[in-house]
Write a protein that binds this ligand. Structure first.
Ligand code: BG6
Length: 467
């Protein structure tokens, strides 16, 4: 048996978000999922929408106690814009939400868990889409900054760790390219502008943080879904396709967040294709000056890219990034069949090396990693009253092996967060894929530690992994 020791003070934790756990109770505004579910419930798995939450709004004390029992020393969730702000234009506060988030933060601290707050987890208020076009509009960027300032004023005395967005590329892809999030458009030009506006919003929020943060220990970053793009072959066409996929999917937000500049090569391509975003020199200066303190990396599966068979030119559609690359599933690789995602833990090592070699070894942590499994009650063992999720334990171990290897070679990785502490609602997939250390029986609201929760507690308490 080998023991892998991790650094002291390593963040052992898990991640979730407000809109996926709290439920609708007392929220003054609908986010895009609340709205879409009301309009088209059949788009959601089994017709179950975001109202059917694990009830964090009412049950947060019990939930945090369960997180403590699973050994978590840090937890990321998010503050909901649609809950905290009463009047989206003027930014007046909803007093019930101020009480709620204060109580949640105090409870985390009381239980010895570091609360990490994210400000945007795909949950833009739907009214701002209908009035302004959502993230297409720079007015919305400024309204988001107003919301963020309120958060810093209210909570930064106790919350030291902040993130501006979770996976901004998913907002771009889901809402403006591949139709898996409202407003469900396929519009390359808008997608490019939304990407730019999200980056501008992140930089402006960082600037606001530097002004309003009350805690000398306070830090702010962004959470990106970084997936290496492995080319299908050595051919120039496949290498070029993977290179563009990397520029678009990873480096757009990564370079701008860490180095303060978008990759010049990508900017040139977008300009040549007549889809470059509208920017001003003042905005680009804000992006340049307001880079992140640290980075969160969400990693589930690698991307494999090859040259596209058909370009969007030949298909006579407007500009799409897929004119330059196509994602494909490699034959013979390991898969999580339930979710349809490849399992390739070594990619975490490649991500770490990339950060170390190309991004000044900026401090980072694994902000999401996890295994979604459907019909998990198949693995319920009545004798121990546990879901025996050995596959999740194995998944965590294999990924941590590569995190440890990267740290041993000098990577500045300071934590590992599993998605997610307690099985939670997930967008159109609702409760299809279960990811938690703690299971939830939605109908009866019973929450139970899975086998992986006991494993995770040992891991976190000892900060070491037995292999
Ligand atoms: C992550 C998101 O990428 O994937 C989460 O940050 C989401 O919000 C998770 O819930 C799981 O997604 P899915 O598609 O399996 O439900």
């Amino acid at each position: 048996m080998t023991t892998l020791n991790f650094p002291q003070n390593f963040w052992w934790g898990a991640a979730t978000s407000g809109p996926q756990t709290e439920g609708r109770f007392n929220k003054p505004h609908a986010n895009i999922f609340d709205y879409e579910f009301e309009m088209t419930p059949d788009k959601y798995w089994h017709g179950i929408g975001p109202d059917t939450a694990s009830n964090f709004y009412n049950d947060y004390k019990n939930d945090i106690a369960l997180m403590k029992a699973a050994g978590l020393n840090s937890v990321r969730t998010s503050i909901q814009w649609t809950r905290l702000i009463d009047d989206l234009e003027t930014g007046t506060l909803n007093p019930d939400a101020v009480r709620f988030y204060n109580d949640v933060i105090d409870e985390f601290i009381k239980q010895g868990i570091r609360p990490i707050m994210n400000l945007h987890h795909f949950d833009v208020p739907v009214d701002l889409i209908h009035t302004y076009g959502g993230w297409e509009s720079k007015d919305v960027v400024d309204l988001f900054v107003q919301f963020a300032e309120k958060c810093f004023e209210l909570f930064s005395d106790r919350v030291t760790d902040w993130f501006t967005h979770n996976e901004p590329m998913v907002v771009v892809e889901g809402g403006y390219l591949y139709q898996f999030h409202y407003p469900d458009l396929v519009d390359g030009k808008k997608a490019v502008q939304v990407a730019y506006n999200l980056q501008l919003a992140s930089a402006k929020v960082i600037a606001a943080f530097r002004k309003h943060n009350k805690n000398p220990e306070g830090k702010i970053g962004v959470i990106l879904n970084l997936t290496p793009n492995y080319p299908a072959s050595e051919s120039e066409a496949d290498q070029g396709a993977a290179h563009f996929a990397d520029l678009w999917q990873n480096r757009l937000f990564m370079d701008a967040s860490v180095k303060g500049e978008f990759p010049a090569e990508l900017v040139d391509i977008l300009r040549k294709d007549n889809v470059l975003w509208e920017s001003t020199p003042e905005e680009l200066a804000i992006i340049k000056e307001n880079t992140i303190d640290y980075l969160g990396v969400n990693f589930y599966h690698p991307n494999r890219a090859r040259a596209p068979k058909y370009s969007s030119d030949s298909l006579a559609v407007d500009w799409l990034p897929n004119k330059y690359f196509e994602e494909y599933e490699k034959r013979g690789v390991r898969m999580n069949v339930d979710k349809g995602w490849e399992i390739y833990p070594r990619a975490l090592y490649d991500i770490a090396k990339n950060i170390q070699e190309n991004y000044g070894n900026i401090p980072w942590f694994v902000s999401e990693n996890g295994m979604g499994v459907s019909r998990e009650d198949r693995y319920y063992d009545s004798e121990s009253n546990q879901i025996k999720d050995d596959y999740r334990i194995q998944f965590i171990k294999e990924h941590l092996y590569y995190v440890h290897k990267a740290i041993a070679e000098g990577s500045n990785c300071f934590g590992y967060h599993l998605w997610t502490p307690i099985d939670c609602f997930s967008w159109r997939n609702s409760y299809r894929n279960r990811y938690g250390l703690i299971s939830v029986d939605i109908r009866r609201q019973i929450k139970t530690l899975k086998k992986s929760a006991y494993f995770f507690k040992d891991l976190a308490d000892s900060s070491s992994l037995e292999l």
